[in-house]
Design a protein around this ligand. Structure first.
Ligand SMILES: Nc1ncnc2c1ncn2[C@@H]1O[C@H](COP(=O)(O)OP(=O)(O)OP(=O)(O)O)[C@@H](O)[C@H]1O
Length: 620
């Protein structure tokens, strides 16, 4: 599957609200934030102190200016030599305090950033767990990984690289304004006259930075998709010798990412150019008007020199706001990518008065229709009843809708129309997690995790005792192969069950269902990866498992479901026949033709001497 196109960028106001909402991740860490701001202010004060030792040496030690009264109060400052000692001590103290506050600032900033990022990432990951199976079917995994592990850093950027520096810039700006206003109000107003132009630059040129950054992040997400898809399909890639194609696919995205990165950088450079131009025009204006005033004798030269040196300090915070804007625009694109997911409401939600599910009576499908996409129904008015203790087999051609029917039972999604009830209660009036606890599923894909065999069997019941795990494994005919493994139940399985055969994985999955011991059982082709002999032994075990439960078995191999109490034959999303094996054979309908065709193939195989093998059987 090719990566999906990026969703459209959020409108600016929505984007701003999203960033503000993400800033709540700083709230639990307000102490750290206060320390950050305090150390930052201390740094500003220490910066102001830094030139003073030199000034004292020049004016009061080497020059003949009188030592200021406040310094004379210090012990030992009765002459130039005493002052020199204090200048030396002061220099060291300023260095030590400056370095110390900088260390505290860096430590706190990193800690705060890490904590906020990973708590946002954890919330996003938790939210992804709640989103429907349908959502996960459609969203490329690589892009989701990139949002969880990459884009969540936006909250760190927003706080440590934008919010705190913005506070610092504002404090400095106000302080400088007060100092300069006292020095020369007209020039101060002139210097600040550039502010509206500055805001225009931020408004006009800030947006493209965000858009370019969004483009870059989306492409990086798509690159991740290619990596994830290709690495997880490596046997297919190599078997079809498509390695070069996969590399080309990756390189195509990498090239586009480079272009997007360059465009994002260029957008930033334009922004810097115009912001710099505005401050330069401001400086030029102050020089022109200041010199003009001096020529007219309204201002001393010294005042202009002092004013101009302060002008740098006034524009520095404005410059810092420029950088902050750039940073915020970059982080805004990431914040959008995170928020888009966080704002998605899970399709499956419990109603306010939803009850705990308890399977005590029959399961009824009441004219259930469903479509994955609007206008394309895959199930049409499915209607049937399953009584406790019954085993219902569901058969039919591939793509008929069998798995979809069973996925509705555990509310992976809800019917488009009609309803499913258990003992008369609509599934939507039950808490969906409690409903899922009532159903043990053996899925077509056994989903083996890279943990030990025991942990895999106990996935649905993590507190199960080892004896229970072993009992479940024996019941699922898995104990024998597990015992042969070097560390038995403690053997660590490779990624996606790489170290096991298809049949072994399927047996672990069946053991999982045994251990879960739920009142409803769904077996979706539970023996498709087993050879006929292993299947025969397992069928007895499965029949024991089905006893006293409501069981649904989807099977292509009709030999496996002959003992079902009822068989539903599904074709094109409808139940076209139902009855017992004997009744359906007598009907001479779709079931009879499917069955007869399979019997013919089996006879043919028997004659060819391969009676014991079936497609996918790997345990022979
Ligand atoms: N996630 C999905 N999004 C869109 N369409 C889907 C999705 N999953 C299945 N379908 C479509 O729904 C229809 C029924 O699929 P389903 O998997 O239920 O069939 P099935 O009878 O279980 O098939 P099989 O025997 O091959 O497992 C098919 O046409 C399939 O293409």
């Amino acid at each position: 599957m090719e990566a999906s196109a990026a969703p459209p960028a959020a409108p600016a106001t929505g984007s701003f609200r999203r960033q503000a909402r993400l800033l709540r991740y700083a709230r639990p860490h307000w102490r750290g934030l206060l320390i950050l701001i305090a150390t930052m202010l201390a740094n500003i004060a220490l910066d102001l102190l830094r030139p003073w030792p030199i000034k004292l040496v020049v004016d009061n030690v080497l020059g003949n200016h009188a030592i200021p009264g406040v310094l004379k109060a210090l012990p030992g400052v009765d002459g130039k030599h005493g002052l020199l000692v204090w200048v030396a001590v002061g220099t060291i103290l300023i260095f030590l305090l400056g370095t110390l506050t900088q260390m505290i600032y860096t430590y706190n900033s990193l800690l705060l950033g890490q904590r906020m990022t990973w708590s946002l990432a954890t919330d996003l990951f938790a939210h992804l767990q709640r989103l429907s199976v349908l959502f996960h079917h459609r969203r490329p995994v690589g892009d989701l990984i990139s949002r969880v592990t990459g884009d969540c850093w936006c909250v760190n950027t927003l706080v440590a690289d934008a919010l705190v520096p913005a506070v610092q810039a504002l404090v400095t700006l106000v302080a400088m304004f007060v100092v300069m206003w006292n020095l020369q109000p007209t020039l101060t107003l002139l210097a600040l006259g550039i502010t509206p132009f500055f805001l225009i630059v931020i408004k006009v040129l800030g947006g493209p930075i965000k858009d370019r950054n969004r483009e870059q992040r989306d492409l990086e997400g798509m690159m991740m998709n290619v990596v994830e898809q290709s690495l997880s399909a490596m046997p297919a890639v190599q078997a079809f010798t498509r390695e070069e194609h996969e590399v080309r696919r990756f390189r195509a995205y990498a090239d586009r990412t480079v272009v997007a990165y360059v465009r994002s950088t260029v957008a930033g450079l334009w922004f810097e150019l115009f912001a710099g131009l505005v401050t330069t025009v401001g400086t030029a204006g102050v020089i022109y008007v200041g010199a003009d005033l001096a020529l007219k004798g309204e201002l001393t030269t010294g005042t202009i020199i002092v004013f101009l040196s302060y002008l740098g300090s006034l524009y520095d915070p404005l410059d810092s706001i420029t950088h902050t804007t750039q940073t915020v625009q970059g982080a805004a694109a990431e914040a959008d990518r995170v928020s888009e997911l966080l704002e998605l409401e899970p399709d499956i939600q419990d109603r306010p008065h939803a009850k705990e599910a308890k399977v005590t009576g029959p399961i009824r499908y009441d004219r259930v229709s469903f479509g994955y996409e609007p206008g394309r129904e895959v199930l049409h008015e499915v209607d049937f009843l399953a009584e406790p203790g019954e085993t219902i087999a569901i058969v039919g051609p591939t793509g008929a809708g069998k798995t979809t029917m069973m996925n509705l039972l555990v509310r992976f999604f809800d019917p488009t129309s009609g309803r499913i009830t258990i003992d008369g209660v609509d599934l939507r009036d039950m808490r969906h997690q409690s409903l899922r606890r009532q159903v043990a599923m053996v899925l077509q894909d056994p989903f083996i995790f890279p943990v030990t065999i025991a942990d895999n069997i106990a996935y649905g019941r993590p507190d199960a005792a080892r004896a229970d795990i072993e009992r479940a494994a024996r019941a699922a005919n898995a104990h024998e192969f597990v015992s042969r493994l070097p560390e038995g139940y403690d053997t660590l399985i490779g990624e996606r069950g790489a170290t096991l055969s298809g049949g072994e994985k399927q047996r672990l999955s069946i053991a999982r269902a045994f251990l879960k011991d739920a009142p409803v059982l769904v077996l979706d082709e539970p023996t498709s990866a087993l050879d006929a002999r292993t299947e025969g032994a397992l069928l007895d075990a499965l029949e024991r498992l089905m006893e006293g439960r409501i069981s649904f078995v989807i099977a292509h191999r009709l030999s496996t479901i002959r003992r079902a109490s009822r068989i539903l034959v599904v074709d094109g999303g409808r139940i076209v026949e139902h009855g017992t094996h004997a009744e359906l054979l007598a009907n001479h309908g779709l079931y009879a033709s499917l069955y007869n065709r399979q019997m013919d193939i089996a006879d043919h195989d028997a004659l060819s001497g391969v009676a014991d093998t079936t497609a996918g059987g790997d345990d022979a």
